[in-house]
Design a protein around this ligand. Structure first.
Ligand code: PRT
Ligand code: ZN
Length: 288
């Protein structure tokens, strides 16, 4: 035991690349991780454990890993005692019912008496209990979508992202059971040592900085001097924009941090007020 904070991430799958990308954005140097189960960061007191995603909630609960990055769907299904420390904003997907194209299903009540194939029997059981539904659940670990065409189930309840897999199996999206994304979790029952708690605080500070930065962009543009007031009001900036003078005395350069999703809403107004040379740059880290 080296006293480092142990972070479990998915070894090989949909969350692996984004998890590593997030950690690298936090400034952790992680090298030669391919085909290894365990690797230490070169410049910070963290170790990465590469695991199957299904094992991560339990390993975190039991303290084998101190924190873990895993889908909310997996956390819910495993019925473990873990706490969600951060929502990480990637790996977004929906656990929902898939039904044959020619069927209508608009209310949970209509599920009574049906047979549903799923890899998420615990989540589905809870859903049925919440809605007071009596239906049969068939637990299948892979290729759930083919169950209706094989005649073993009426509907499926599975993870959907684009909906292509459902479509390929002549199914369509129906009611939603759970919205999911990658989560940072820690144990609900194992307390961290004082030393690890300190590392966790710094780890979270960096994660928060990376997450805030991801939602923001750095906007740079030139504007006519007489548009400054109206453009300042248009900018949903976090702080007041930076104003710089230019060689042309009638023009100003304006720099501001803006929420990423606001850019396309304000671009027409900016142009209307004479903004030119508009640049939108990514921000890697942001301390607020
Ligand atoms: O080997 P290991 O057990 O670690 O990995 P895994 O195969 O169990 O999981 P993996 O890598 O497929 O997914 C990891 C996590 O990514 C999941 O637990 C979800 O939280 C998240 N995620 C995001 C998804 C999807 N999007 C997704 N589209 N997980 C699975 N899918 C599958 C889904 O099961 C279905 O087969 O993709 C298909 C549907 O996709 P669309 O785009 O056709 O709708
Ligand atoms: Zn898995």
């Amino acid at each position: 035991m080296n006293g480092n904070l142990k972070i479990a991430i998915q070894k090989k799958g949909r969350l692996t690349e984004k998890s590593l990308e997030l950690l690298k954005t936090c400034g952790f140097e992680i090298e030669n991780y391919k085909e290894r189960l365990f690797v230490s960061a070169r410049n910070f007191k963290i170790d990465l454990l590469f695991l199957r995603d299904d094992d991560i909630p339990e390993y975190v609960q039991d303290g084998v890993a101190d924190v873990g990055i895993v889908g909310g769907n997996v956390v819910e299904e495993k019925l473990v005692d873990v706490e969600v420390t951060r929502e990480l904003g990637f790996g977004k997907c929906t656990l929902m019912f898939g039904i044959p194209e020619d069927v209508e299903l608009n209310h949970p009540n209509e599920l009574n008496g049906k047979v549903i194939a799923t890899s998420y029997p615990n989540i589905l059981n809870n859903y049925f209990r919440r809605h007071d539904i009596s239906a049969r659940i068939i637990g299948i670990s892979g290729s759930v979508e083919i169950a209706p065409s094989l005649g073993v189930a009426d509907y499926v309840c599975d993870i959907v992202s684009t909906g292509t897999t459902l479509k390929m199996n002549k199914l369509k999206k129906s009611l939603t059971v759970l919205e999911s994304q990658a989560l940072l979790i820690k144990s609900g029952k194992k307390a961290l040592s004082e030393e690890k708690q300190k590392i966790l605080v710094e780890f979270l500070r960096r994660i928060d900085s990376a997450l805030t930065a991801k939602k923001s962009k750095y906007l740079m543009m030139n504007i006519p001097k007489n548009s400054l007031d109206v453009i300042s009001q248009t900018l949903p900036s976090l702080k007041s924009p930076t104003i710089l003078s230019l060689a042309d005395p009638e023009m100003l350069a304006v720099h501001a941090v803006i929420p990423k999703d606001k850019f396309w809403e304000i671009i027409d107004d900016l142009k209307k007020y004479g903004a030119s040379g508009i640049l939108l740059l990514p921000i890697e880290n942001m301390i607020v």
